[in-house]
Ligand binder design. Structure first.
Ligand SMILES: Cc1cc2nc3c(=O)[nH]c(=O)nc-3n(C[C@H](O)[C@H](O)[C@H](O)COP(=O)(O)OP(=O)(O)OC[C@H]3O[C@@H](n4cnc5c(N)ncnc54)[C@H](O)[C@@H]3O)c2cc1C
Length: 389
């Protein structure tokens, strides 16, 4: 059956995008309908990522789409945001895969790496021939990554790493890992090829959320890497945080895609589901739920459009991104919860997408800064008072 998806655009937000941006968005939208939707439920059940699609995503230019040179597409912030929106309409795991590759792995190499590192990794990563992961979180240090225990020590012309990372997207799929570890007490970024002796990855099983995504534990035991694998251009927690700002920008757009999928499915269902001899779309309470979803999606679209404009103009700050990431994830999760209610009992089966998106969004609202941590980042900006530490 062809994918019947129709994206909500109640305010003609499309008019705010350039023709090229709409074209890119539509290309990714069609790809998701034609190539991804037919396989996602099967992968979600099996808890596997459709690795066979990785090269096709490379051909579309979605990896590191906003970066310039080294085979990257050099797209505008809006175009790269809309790519995330369309990918996440398919599944948050698909958008996570692309975000990790582009914003969390290619970006730090592009921004902080040597020319040699850029040449070695970026063109293959842009093509999807080489997959990366980003290791910041540890089992006991999520919201407070600065407390990390993973350490690097100098040993001649090598560094030796010991420690572990937890909840790492693409951890078992990757060929290169960007690992944040303390060197003489200062957080630094290291490029570790996954075939380095002492590097092991193990998938975290039995997740209810982001099932079609590899989430792994990484362990480093006397992992020796040449000194040329250090990212020289950044020191301290601002290194990983600057990558997270890039990725959170994509999440802010991405979650709108999941919300649009939820709205679309709920609307179509309400028009054909008969209760008391009428389609449930005829009932005021059901309409009110759809109206809530449509209004929140529209507000998020406009917020993200302005966020992208700030990014284009070079005036976007991390707290702007926090507000959009926090808002989009919350509203998308609420849309799925309300949408699940509209679907009644059918909403709990995987014949419908609703609960897959809902469960995924429980991760998306938590990773890359929880809802509350983003609230505190915004609160700090508004009040000048730091309530995080
Ligand atoms: C599917 C998935 C994929 C992930 N992928 C990656 C990845 O690729 N790379 C990576 O490095 N990490 C990844 N993560 C980790 C993710 O970023 C962390 O889980 C997240 O930062 C939250 O950390 P935590 O789980 O340790 O929660 P905690 O930090 O333990 O937080 C638990 C609760 O306490 C609250 N809390 C914590 N501190 C405060 C405070 N100061 N004030 C008020 N409330 C507070 C939080 O808001 C939350 O509600 C992933 C996580 C998931 C679930």
């Amino acid at each position: 059956m062809s994918d019947p998806y129709k994206a909500l655009d109640f305010y003609n937000v499309d008019d705010l995008y350039a023709e090229e941006e709409r074209m890119i968005r539509d290309t990714v939208r069609s790809w998701v309908s034609d190539r991804f939707m037919p396989v996602i439920e099967e992968h979600n059940r099996a808890a596997t990522f459709p690795t066979e699609l990785i090269p096709e995503l490379g051909e579309m230019g979605v990896y590191g789409a906003s970066l310039t040179g080294y085979g990257c597409a050099g797209l505008s912030p809006i175009a790269s945001g809309l790519i995330c929106q369309e990918l996440e309409r398919g599944d948050s795991g698909l958008r996570s895969f692309v975000s990790v590759q582009g914003s969390l792995c290619m970006y730090p190499i592009w921004a902080f790496g040597t020319e040699e590192q850029k040449q070695k990794y970026l063109p293959d990563m842009a093509a999807g021939k080489l997959i990366g992961c980003f290791g910041l979180t540890e089992a006991d240090f999520g919201s407070n990554p600065g407390g990390m225990l993973t350490k690097a020590v100098e040993d001649g012309d090598h560094y030796v790493l010991n420690g572990s990372k937890y909840w790492i997207t693409n951890g078992s799929t990757c060929q290169v890992a960007i690992i944040w570890a303390k060197l003489n007490g200062v957080i630094r970024g290291f490029l570790i090829d996954s075939d380095t002796p002492g590097f092991t990855a193990k998938q975290i099983k039995n997740k209810f959320s982001l099932r079609a995504s590899d989430t792994s534990e990484l362990v480093f035991e006397d992992c020796r890497i040449p000194k040329t694998q250090l990212l020289p251009g950044i020191e301290g927690i601002k290194g990983p945080l600057s990558c997270l700002t890039q990725a959170r920008f994509g999440i802010a757009f991405g979650a709108i895609g999941a919300a649009q999928a939820a709205y679309d499915e709920a609307l179509r269902y309400s028009q054909i589901r008969i209760s008391f001899d009428k389609p449930i779309a005829r009932y005021q309470l059901v309409q009110n739920k759809l109206v809530w979803m449509a209004a929140e999606i529209t507000k998020a679209q406009l917020m993200c459009w302005q966020l992208a404009k700030l990014k284009s103009e070079g005036t976007m700050h991390h707290y702007h991104v926090s507000m959009a990431k926090r808002n989009s994830c919350w509203m998308a999760l609420e849309c799925c919860r309300i949408g699940r209610d509209i679907l009644g009992a059918n909403g709990i089966t995987d014949e419908y997408q609703m609960m897959r998106h809902m469960c995924n969004l429980e991760s998306v609202i938590t990773y890359e800064g929880t809802h509350d941590i983003h609230g505190l980042i915004i609160g700090r900006q508004l009040t000048g008072e730091d309530a995080i530490t």
